[in-house]
Design a protein around this ligand. Sequence first.
Ligand code: G6P
Length: 612
Amino acid sequence: MCGIVGYIGDKQASDIIIKGLQRLEYRGYDSAGLALFNGKLEIKKGKGKVDNLRKLLKKEPVKGSVGIGHTRWATHGAPNDINSHPHTSESGKIALVHNGIIENYTSLKKELKNKGRTFHTDTDTEVIAQLIEEIYQDGQNVSFQKAVRLALKQIVGTYGLAIVHSETPDRIIIARKGSPLLLGLGDGEMFIASDASPIIEHTKKVVYLDDGEIAIVTKDGYEVKTIDDVSLTKEVHELAMSVEEIEKSGYPHFMLKEIFEQPNSIADCLRGRLDVKNHSIQLGGLVDVMDKLIGAKRLIIAACGTSWHAGLVGEYLFEHLSKIPVEVEYASEFRYREPLINEDDVMLVISQSGETADTLAAVREAKQRGATVLGICNVVGSTIARETDAGVYTHAGPEIGVASTKAFTAQVSVLAMMAIMIGQKKNTIDPEYAERLIEELDRIPGKVKQIVEQSDSIKRMAELFTYAPNFLYLGRTYNFPVALEGALKLKEISYIHAEGYPAAEMKHGPIALIDAMMPVVVIAATDHTNDKMISNIEEVKARKGRIISITGKENEEVIDLSEFSCPIPETEDCLSPLLTVIPLQLLSYYIAVNRGCNVDQPRNLAKSVTVE
Ligand code: G6P
């Protein structure tokens, strides 16, 4: 949610900032802007994508080797030119970019207006620039740095901030509370960004800023302090990702690339963990909490969006294989009700980005109540990964497309490994069944490959349903969460209304919607509910609904009842979501492309939701 890039060194800052913002565009693309030192502070900004800003700078170039930039996902104030970042103080001497929400901005704005300040935007961010300036002008002996600290102490809410002042063109001040920021350490140059993707091509050395920290960044160094002015020594981390991983590599969209990457991303996730020869699983990140997991009386899974759907698959897996009662919570709900959670409980949070504000808040809430909190994250070094007591990385590689695909299959792979491993340790799983599952998990990447290789037939099918106004997705047991995920994918990128339902629940409402216009996607992995699913298909057909089925190759009965069928290789029921979700990702992708939608940057969405 909003991306920040900053540069200080000897190169042209605008080139580095624009390229960096383009890498961060998945965080928001309502408007973009930058501030550069060019003798004086110059600002260019406007509504729309970073490419508009690039074109503007081509027409009206600004030179300068120090600058800050921003790509916006609008919260306060419409996405227009005026509300675009950077925002400035009244004198124009202070410029800043902000990711987050200032909750007390209305009262601060009122106070500042009473002191004679004029506001020009509808944003919460402008208040920060004005407040810093008010404090800086007020106190005779207040340095700019101190003014920033004092202002931040008055602010309630969340922020990742990069601030420049025309009187100190040799530095950028950055601060973090709740919204991610990191510092890339170069040789005679420094980079600032919301995540590592803009930094990776310049340096692999990074420092993650933590909440309540401020850094003063010059081209030759940096100093990190707490908001109370206590100096800190920060650990320097080495980034593992490569530039190639964040390029499109010839695919028209990141989403398609990421769908096709799944045979590899699942294999990467399993690598070094799944020991097929010895039929065992090692998850190094959980060793220290293994006793806690084995003894857990219940497991609370909290997540948002697609990660929440993976969490639902996790519920079925843990209850079936590890015999641990599981509750799956929307992270946003968990924190605002009075959750009954204490030191006896284990919470597992799932987050691709590791930065989702609600999920992070759930982590903090659970930790504060004494629970052991574990994480499944994709982004190495992300806030959730750092704040949880232990966890497992999904190793799916950077996911750039806003609609999550390979992160989901990697999350489910980790959940399956965890559930089997705990089941083996607790003896709640039949040893031979565990061996079969481990062998089958190892075969999953190859089976996913077979499915993506059928993409042309899914593409043809998508053409027939491109203009359907509604879709219904039905699944049972392990594939009910997949039905939810399939519907979400379609909504997110094609803007077609779609609902996912447990197949039997259809009779309690959605059946009223079924007519000859309604495509019904049935996810019928062959399991003990197959006969029931066949009855549900008959119920849909009796009302002239059009059946698209995702089902095992051998499931002839379902295939015969379907208008279209996407056969998937046979697998164990509990692993079937890893296969059944793939055709649904492809279906939504091709429908969105046919409808001319911007697949990688769907309207109103952002990949990393760092506001509540
Ligand atoms: C946003 C994204 C979704 C994602 C959700 C949770 O809504 O658009 O794709 O599933 O956030 O994100 P997380 O990074 O916590 O998995």
